[in-house]
Design a protein around this ligand. Structure first.
Ligand SMILES: Cc1ncc(COP(=O)(O)O)c(C=O)c1O
Length: 407
């Protein structure tokens, strides 16, 4: 199988004229690039092709027999998705990966490839609504069960482990409550009990946090968020240990959730500016969180790098900065919340996050509406909670819009 990073290293060295490989994040994001074609293009071209041709019958046989590392069919691999995967592997500091058509395709295919009927997942209760729906509504069909742990009681995790438990699943920061989970602790538990630790890292991006460093075996991203950063494409990716990625690759090349070459090309370009964009997202988000904390119409504010965040110290340990999402609760619950949303003028009322445009969302009626009120409560989602994905507009304009809507 074509395991991504190994071959990327070869190509990268070529592109860099055999100079030393770059070690810094920003340079890897820009200089990890496909080998140049005969046209000597500066920027990687788009390989919009569904299949690849063979020299002769022997070449075709050997390629299908996996005796050669080469592209065969874009459901299996494509130069643009290879470049995207290689970049993310380098950014996350890991071995191999596979790119998917959406974040949920990555979540589903990763788990479906690794789990067998009868297996058991231990997961944080605070996870993205569709991931929760997957565990709750679909996995029982294949006799895959789950137990949720409270993010306030990580000491209960070991008590949930049964002989069928195969995997621990978590997000940090969580969606939408921006709670922080102790990744090192989760890594130690997974290692001690020989479980696979899967971390959804899409709220942080590889620029702010690399869960592999803390013991994660696999890292999942919705590329739709900060990786694209401009709300254009859907994408997902799973990176991590080569033996696990091999299983995910074999499942995915048959079932067909692969990322399109065009979207991979867009994403790989976007990653070149990830660091600089995320720096500004974080700067704006912290300023907004500080503003909201002093506002008389606000009950509480949560942002990982705000000193009042319950896991502030942990956030400082695990993350480079706090991310783009700020959660808060308006006084007066749902009624005041509705008025707030109706008054918003500049910010977008939509469900995405990590976009250059600031976005305001009401999790209880949108992303987490399929959960019962009790399930939402257990995930820390109150009816009056607002989630803001702070964009790249001037911070004074973002604050001015929120301030007028709060009045
Ligand atoms: C934490 C998290 N994981 C996964 C997903 C799913 O990603 P996608 O919408 O690209 O399928 C989302 C989407 O919001 C998310 O917030």
């Amino acid at each position: 199988m074509w395991l991504r990073l190994r071959s990327a290293t070869v190509r990268l060295t070529k592109v860099m004229n055999d100079k030393k490989q770059p070690s810094r994040f920003e340079t890897k994001a820009i200089r990890t690039q496909l080998e140049r074609s005969q046209y000597l293009e500066h920027s990687s071209p788009l390989y919009l092709t569904s299949s690849f041709v063979f020299e002769d019958a022997e070449d075709m046989r050997a390629s299908f027999a996996e005796e050669k590392e080469r592209n065969i069919y874009s459901r299996y691999s494509n130069p643009n998705s290879n470049e995207f995967v290689d970049k993310v592997c380098l950014m996350e500091g890991t071995e191999a990966g596979f790119a998917f058509a959406s974040g949920m395709a990555a979540v589903f295919s990763t788990l479906a490839a690794l789990l067998d009927s009868g297996d058991h997942i231990i997961s944080a209760g605070n996870i993205f609504g569709s991931t929760h729906a997957l565990f709750q509504n679909f996995f029982p069909k294949w006799k895959i069960s789950h137990s949720y742990f409270s993010i306030d009681a990580l000491e209960t995790i070991e008590g949930l482990i049964t002989e069928n438990t195969k995997l621990i699943y978590a997000e940090s920061p969580t969606n939408p409550g921006v709670d922080i989970l102790d990744l090192e602790l989760l890594g130690n538990i997974a290692k001690k009990h020989n479980l696979i630790l899967v971390v959804d890292n899409c709220f942080a991006s590889p620029y702010l946090q690399q869960p592999i460093r803390f013991g994660a075996d696999l890292v999942i991203h919705s590329g739709t968020k900060l990786m694209d950063g401009q709300g254009r494409v859907l994408a997902g990716i799973t990176v991590g240990k080569a033996d696990l990625i091999d299983k995910i690759y074999r499942f995915s090349r048959i079932t067909g959730p692969a990322l399109s070459p065009f979207n991979a090309w867009v994403l790989s370009k976007s990653l070149e500016t990830l660091a600089i964009r995320v720096d500004r997202h974080c700067e704006n988000a912290l300023k907004l969180a500080e503003f909201l904390e002093c506002h008389h119409q606000v009950n509480w504010v949560k942002y990982p790098f705000l000193k009042s965040h319950p896991q502030y110290a942990l956030a400082q340990k695990q993350m480079k900065a706090g991310g783009c999402v700020v959660a808060f609760e308006i006084k007066g619950g749902l009624v005041s919340g509705k008025k707030f949303f109706d008054r918003i003028q500049l910010l977008s009322l939509t469900a995405n996050l990590g976009d250059s445009r600031s976005i305001v969302t009401h999790p209880a009626s949108t992303t987490h509406s399929k959960l019962s009120i009790a399930e939402r409560k257990a995930s820390g989602i109150t009816e009056g909670m607002v989630r803001i994905s702070v964009g790249l507009e001037h911070i004074d304009d973002i604050i001015a819009d929120i301030e007028q809507a709060l009045q």
